[in-house]
Design a protein around this ligand. Structure first.
Ligand code: ZN
Length: 149
């Protein structure tokens, strides 16, 4: 069972790495920010449209490795429709799992639990969290590009 679940997670990451969802410029974005991971060369811009305190729409553009691209893609699916507080809580839960501080919990993380395996590869943690740090900076209204270094 364990192997089957890991296979499923790997397929999910590969699928989103190859065919990222919400990969476009959001023309009517209320927030956007660039994020950069110099260690790997991942560079993305995250676009957000906030309406009534919720993520009405979210997208990203740029280029990066399969892990960062898949993470950005799954992130956009996960945060759409959520309030800023919910996004913050989801990021905290995701961060705890990819850094190995907490066991993956599919009930609260959904598909994002697929990144639990990243905890075994510290260099990859920055790839997986870059889109989230960028999203968080955009939400905070930051104009300074986010860098993982
Ligand atoms: Zn990367």
């Amino acid at each position: 069972m364990k192997v089957a679940l890991e296979d499923l997670y790997q397929q999910l990451i590969m699928d989103h790495g190859r065919r990222p969802r919400n990969f476009r410029v959001l023309q009517d974005a209320t927030h956007h920010l660039e994020g950069y991971n110099p260690l790997c060369g991942d560079r993305f811009t995250v676009y957000l449209k906030i309406a009534d305190g919720r993520v009405a729409d979210v997208s990203f553009q740029g280029s990066g490795c399969a892990i960062s691209t898949a993470s950005a893609s799954l992130m956009t699916e996960a945060v759409k429709g959520k309030t800023e507080d919910e996004v913050e809580k989801l990021f905290e839960a995701f961060h705890a799992v990819v850094t190995g501080k907490r066991a993956p919990d599919a009930a609260s993380l959904g598909k994002l639990a697929a990144f639990a395996g990243v905890a075994a590869y510290p260099v990859r943690v920055k790839c997986a969290t870059l889109p989230w740090h960028t999203l968080k900076g955009a939400l905070a209204g930051s104009k300074q590009p986010v860098s993982t270094e």
